[in-house]
Ligand binder design. Structure first.
Ligand code: 87F
Length: 615
């Protein structure tokens, strides 16, 4: 690792940090931040968790120089980042507490949610830290969940006629600038490569933060006639967004994995239909696979993707801190991008027409949401459909019985579960006590533990322990006869129970309000709110501003934000739900008489809208 400090002759920016890969074809990702005049070069230890990368695309590029990262704003942001920079690191267990905290998450979920989360994902071997701030290693225990999500979603989009492709990681400055207007707000997050070896590249190239500007120039070449439509492509890739807010593994990292779908249609009707088909698939990923309830809705004008016509979204909820989280989005881009990139086709009348486009994305954030929603004080609680191991078989030996007999039984059970398509494994590691194994597999969130001991052999039963129902209540004997079917039924029951439980909690945490005075008190109960709203951007701006000010007065909330785990106390609109019934609330139809609840806003309400503090 080399750390550079230098200054560009004609720029107020300096290189504060660059990472050099020790491979044959070296390239540097140069991170630019505000003024420094010294030129130093030092070799530092690679083993640091505190690589303070503050990349700002802006310096050398017209894209950003023209855009929204003016110096005062940037300084403010950097100051804020410094404050928030404390890395999320699992605290070692020490001292008097160590003895009783060595198991499970090490801290109660309700006591310190931030520490709980960090402990769980590291101890369960989902994630490990890396020496570039904001980047994490996804270990097999989390990556295989991503593979489950991929398997389902990929299969479904293929049924809709979507094909996978791969477009390059790099974007030229010119291509990125095509989207200048829309990228403005995002520009500070774009990371750039400016060097190869010791030489400056003649033109810096950006690393994809999203691929509109990479894919659409090719689309313009490929699409000529209505016969070339629809074009439906998807790619499963990594993207880089150099976030300045405090990173949270899975939820907000500087590199993450996602799928991005980019489709092109001849008509708005076809495009609109797809927007909601995809949204429904996203809902299925969350609800059917991850057992996390989400609300389908439309983003407000302020919260939509600026480049598009409208943004449909699914919104999740984290009960432990009362925060909503955008779970996935499906955008109708209209003809905005086809205008910018000249994606035109000759229609059936022989006339030129602009194409209608959509884009949609789902990320590894989904794994973090699932962990936060279902996990408990003993660790992960994995929904069976995505659990890398659905059943772990634990043979228990006692002095006076032959371990061979137990091992044979375990192998027999394993074979019959695997034959039934269940992801099962035997834990016959030596040197671990039954208690150790119990704690280990609980922490990993495996849905069913099957214990087999000498008595069970005699009785021709095995003992089931459900991860979702702790203690004795979740422990019961199951006859060997019909074991595979019973296991499948219990896995289904666990899956359904997790969704039902999370849905009830989410619904219990939605408050219906009609007046501004109710807003902050409800948010402070860690609720999200459903309120009659006028949809005006100025009203939303005000809601954000006032809710932030009022929240800061709340000492508890302040303490939380100082810990850095949550962003701000500001609340914003989450979505205009497609079905208000989704959150199990009965609200009167808006007649045109109902006032908007918004602060100081005198307009009439047009939509019941979900608001909340969010990630
Ligand atoms: C960050 C840096 C540069 C979001 C960014 O949601 C550009 C962007 O365009 C940017 N962050 N976006 C919007 C992405 C829109 C859209 N792209 C395809 C999606 C889903 C998949």
């Amino acid at each position: 690792m080399l750390l550079f400090k230098t200054t560009f002759a004609s720029s107020q920016y300096s290189i504060t940090d660059c990472f050099i890969s020790k491979q044959k074809h070296i390239y540097y990702i140069i991170i630019l931040s505000s003024t420094t005049t010294t030129t130093t070069m030092s070799e530092s230890n690679t083993n640091t968790n505190e690589v303070t990368a503050t990349p700002v695309a802006a310096a050398a590029t017209p894209v950003v120089a023209a855009g929204g990262d003016a110096a005062p704003k940037r300084e403010k942001r950097e100051k804020k980042e410094k404050k928030e920079k404390k890395e999320v690191v699992a605290k070692p267990i020490s001292g008097k507490e160590a003895k009783d905290k060595l198991n499970g998450a090490g801290v109660a979920k309700e006591e310190d949610f931030s520490e709980w989360y960090t402990n769980v994902i590291t101890r369960a071997e989902m994630v490990d830290y890396y020496d570039v701030s904001g980047c994490y290693i996804l270990r097999p225990w989390s990556y295989s969940i991503w593979e489950q999500i991929q398997g389902f979603f990929d299969g479904e989009i293929k049924k809709l006629g979507v094909q996978n492709a791969y477009f390059p990681l790099f974007v030229s400055e010119k291509a990125l600038a095509t989207e200048e207007d829309h990228i403005e707000g995002f520009a500070p997050e774009v990371a750039w490569v400016t060097k190869s070896g010791q030489s400056e590249l003649s033109e810096p190239i950006a690393i994809r933060p999203t691929s509109e500007t990479i894919m659409y120039p090719a689309y313009a070449n490929w699409i000529r006639s209505h016969r070339d439509l629809p074009l439906k492509l998807n790619q499963w890739v990594n993207v880089v967004r150099w976030e300045f807010k405090r990173p949270v593994p899975f939820l907000r990292s500087r590199e993450f994995l996602w799928q991005e779908g980019h489709t092109v249609y001849a008509t708005k009707e076809e495009a609109d239909k797809e927007v909601f088909n995809i949204l429904r698939l996203y809902k299925r990923v969350y609800e059917d696979l991850l057992a996390v309830p989400v609300v389908e809705g439309i983003k407000s004008e302020k919260e939509k993707f600026a480049g598009g016509l409208y943004t449909s979204t699914i919104e999740g909820f984290i009960p432990s801190n009362g925060r909503a989280i955008q779970a996935a989005t499906s955008h109708a881009l209209g003809q905005n991008f086809s205008k910018m990139f000249n994606i035109e086709f000759e229609n059936t009348d022989g006339k030129k027409a602009l194409a209608w486009q959509n884009s949609w994305g789902l990320t590894t954030r989904s794994i973090g949401v699932m962990v936060m929603v279902h996990g408990d004080d003993n660790g992960l609680v994995l929904p069976p459909r995505i659990a890398p191991i659905q059943v772990v078989i634990l043979p228990f030996y006692f002095k006076d019985t032959s371990s061979e007999e137990i091992d044979n039984k375990a192998a027999e059970v394993l074979a019959l579960l695997q034959a039934a398509g269940i992801r099962a494994q035997v834990d016959n590691r030596t040197g671990y006590s039954p208690r150790d194994k119990h704690v280990h597999w609980e922490l990993k969130g495996v849905p069913i533990r099957i214990e087999i001991g000498p008595k069970d052999l005699v009785n021709k039963v095995v003992v089931f322990c459900r991860r979702d129902v702790p203690g004795k209540e979740g422990k019961f004997s199951v006859p060997e006869e019909g074991l595979a079917l019973k296991t499948k039924a219990v896995l289904d029951e666990i899956q359904a129970n997790l969704l039902a439980r999370a849905t009830k909690t989410r619904n219990d945490n939605v408050s219906v309000i009609t007046k501004w005075e109710e807003f902050i008190p409800e948010l402070d109960k860690k609720h999200i709110v459903l309120a009659p709203w006028c949809e005006a951007p100025a009203c939303e701006e005000n809601i954000k501003k006032v809710s932030n000010e009022e929240s800061l007065k709340n000492a508890k909330n302040k303490a939380e934000s100082e810990k850095g785990f949550c962003l701000t106390g500001a609340a914003k609109s989450l979505c205009i739900p497609l079905n208000v019934e989704d959150v199990d609330k009965k609200v009167p139809a808006l007649t045109g008489e109902t006032q908007c609840f918004g602060c100081g806003c005198e307009s009439k309400a047009t939509k019941w809208t979900l608001f909340g503090r969010s990630y």
